[in-house]
Design a protein around this ligand. Sequence first.
Ligand code: SAH
Length: 213
Amino acid sequence: MIDSYRHKGLRKKLVDTILIKGIKDQGVIEAIGKVPRHHFMDSSFVEFAYRDQAFPIGAGQTISQPYTVAFQTELLQIKKHHKILEVGTGSGYQCAILLELGAKVYTIERQRELFLKSRALLTEMGYKPYFYYGDGYKGISNNAPFDKILITAGAPEIPSELLKQLKIGGRMVVPVGGSNGQVMMTIDKVAENEYNESEHGYFSFVPMLKGKQ
Ligand code: SAH
């Protein structure tokens, strides 16, 4: 797997782009500067890896736009050793960013093809999250509670089972809405059954679907 000077140069430009778009968290910026996004792209789009855009990755899914990855990661306010549940492994790119920040990541994907592909890739790259094939709506109850929960697909509503798997003092980041777009929301669990919600602008994700395939 080659990470050339050209790739590094393009990645630096991508970092400049997300800085201009308003990302401030130093750890997030460093992670975007470090993770070779071209390894996570479908071969037909690999030359566009450092454009700030989403691209198809197979199975009708997409690798998220780098700015969106940075924005969601910034909202998570990750500290080293935080235990994070990521719903929607997809390409594995967002997972690699979380791992670069020193988090312990549990990532779940409902599409078998993507689960197998991203598990093989991340392992080859030396990343060590805990991989799960299943329905993210159910979470991973035997590893709960989590410090943070990140949902990388558009949820029609806030997934209530997952709120139960969040620590008190923890935060969920989730795009909520239908096929016309979603509002990025943070939900802070302040006490058992007590939550503070806030909204952070509009985004467009592939849908969060029930069951596995
Ligand atoms: N984090 C990914 C984004 C992939 S797009 C990346 O960095 O590339 C969203 C992913 O969520 C898709 O792969 C889709 O299959 C997956 N997904 C949708 N609903 C899900 C569910 N209920 N459980 C687990 N994964 C889900």
